[in-house]
Design a binder for this molecule. Structure first.
Ligand SMILES: O=P(O)(O)OC[C@H]1O[C@](O)(CO)[C@@H](O)[C@@H]1O
Length: 430
């Protein structure tokens, strides 16, 4: 994996940063690295996530899922970091096992999925670090009833990944379900390289050891200089550009297999860095598709965006047949991969031509090792950015207000937030 910062330099883009700026910032990166390493050494909450390449036990994960022999499908019931990491992995990699995610409480979507599956051949993976998340528990109860209605013994087809205590752990212990622990000091958005992200990948037959090896490779690159660590290079440049007004970051992979990765990145970046009025808003984009959509805004809208372009340098390809169609002959004899690469490079150059800074991240190919590299590097980049921005990276207090309001509306307790909902201002136009 490599990170190319060329297009964020002021020699490329008038709104970029100078090498001198990066060299000055490198001193702060060294201090941040020392803080991060101390946090890792002391297994401090959050920093512990950066130890997962060595603390995650792939054998324990395989053991926990070993009873589920050759399922047709696996449904992960979880939300946020309890689903997005696993989804990033299983959506990026081919498998004979279909992986589905119930990470929302849209009744039509839940009903449609459950109706479509043979639940006797489906494994259910219920994931919640807290064990109290309403959406996850509600969906689990619905799935459990659907299995009962289908004559399936749900306890035979279900395993649980959860924290040290809570409703889910109680349920698993009551019904003697396979139980995987969520590592205590790892927030959900940083948990992909733990039981939370890897169990579904293991059920789908993916090489979870290779994922951890790739992550370990990026762990080994963490250093006291952004010029020696792809992860820190990305985190430092994202921070430096945000300080200069680039308060949005469009994550734009040129691979359909990485579309869910952008969603995972959005939670990691937003929930970690959106604190004290600060942060950099992650935008989900996809190349080449969004060249015919959001690129107009990225090139000609407000000068408030960093664009992050990600591609694999190796991929399976598809030839474009020769054609005598007027104006299209130039495509014939080429390939879709060559077209995708040309569009990737053209988009980079078009952004620079409009003085819009952009970073290139290149993986060798979209496989387990490279995914491990990318995921670990983005986590480390996020932790570094949080140190430089001096925010509390590993908490998310702002999400709690809405949870209390929703719970109050459903009669789950007496919460003043629910009263505020009743007092909504109205100006209805029909
Ligand atoms: O794993 P849990 O505890 O169900 O939490 C799910 C998600 O909800 C959040 O806690 C936010 O509400 C995320 O940080 C987390 O990934």
């Amino acid at each position: 994996m490599q990170v190319d910062l060329g297009n964020v330099l002021d020699t490329a883009s008038a709104h970029g940063v100078s090498r001198e700026t990066l060299e000055r910032l490198d001193g702060r990166v060294a201090d941040a690295h020392d803080r991060i390493e101390q946090g890792r050494e002391d297994n401090e909450h959050g920093y512990e996530a950066l130890n997962l390449p060595s603390t995650t036990d792939p054998d324990a994960i395989r053991e926990a899922v070993s009873r589920f022999d050759d399922p047709d499908a696996v449904i992960t019931v979880g939300i946020g970091g309890s689903a997005l990491g696993a989804a990033t992995l299983t959506d990026a990699l081919d498998s004979d096992v279909d992986a589905y995610y119930l990470d929302n409480v849209d009744p039509e979507a839940v009903d449609s999925l459950l109706d479509s599956l043979d639940l006797s051949q489906t494994v259910v993976n219920v994931v919640s670090r807290s064990g109290t998340t309403a959406e996850t528990l509600a969906n689990f109860l619905v799935v459990r009833e659907a299995m009962a209605d289908a004559g399936v013994d749900w306890a035979d087809r279900t395993f649980v990944t959860t924290g040290e205590e809570g409703n889910l752990r109680d349920l698993a212990e009551k019904h003697d379900l396979p139980l995987l622990p969520v590592p205590d000091g790892v927030p959900g958005r940083f948990s992909v390289l733990s039981t939370v992200g890897l169990a579904a990948a293991a059920i789908c037959g993916h090489d979870i050891e290779a994922i951890l090896d790739g992550a370990a490779a990026q762990e080994a690159r963490l250093s006291d200089s952004l010029f020696d660590s792809p992860a820190y290079a990305y985190g430092a440049v994202s921070f430096a550009l945000a300080e200069r007004g680039m308060l949005q970051n469009a994550m734009m992979p040129y691979a359909e297999s990485l579309e869910t990765f952008s969603e995972w990145f959005a939670q990691l970046w937003a929930e970690s860095l959106g604190k004290d009025g600060l942060g950099q808003t992650p935008l989900r984009a996809l190349g080449a598709t969004d060249q015919h959509s959001q690129l107009q805004l990225y090139r000609a809208g407000p000068r408030d965006k960093l664009v992050t372009l990600v591609r694999a340098t190796e991929r399976d390809d598809v030839d474009i047949p020769e054609t005598d169609l007027d104006g299209l002959a130039y495509l014939g004899g080429s390939s879709l991969g060559e077209l995708l690469d040309a569009e990737f490079e053209a988009t980079e150059a078009s952004l620079v031509a409009a003085d819009r800074p952009n970073v290139r991240i290149e993986l060798e190919r979209v496989d387990e090792y490279s995914l491990g590299e990318l995921l670990y590097a983005m986590e480390a980049a996020c932790v570094l950015y949080g140190e430089l921005a001096n925010v509390d990276t590993f908490v998310q207090p702002a999400v709690e207000w809405g949870k209390r309001a929703a719970r109050g509306l459903l009669g789950g307790g007496d919460f003043e937030e629910a009263d505020a909902v009743a007092d909504k201002e109205r100006l209805v136009v029909e």
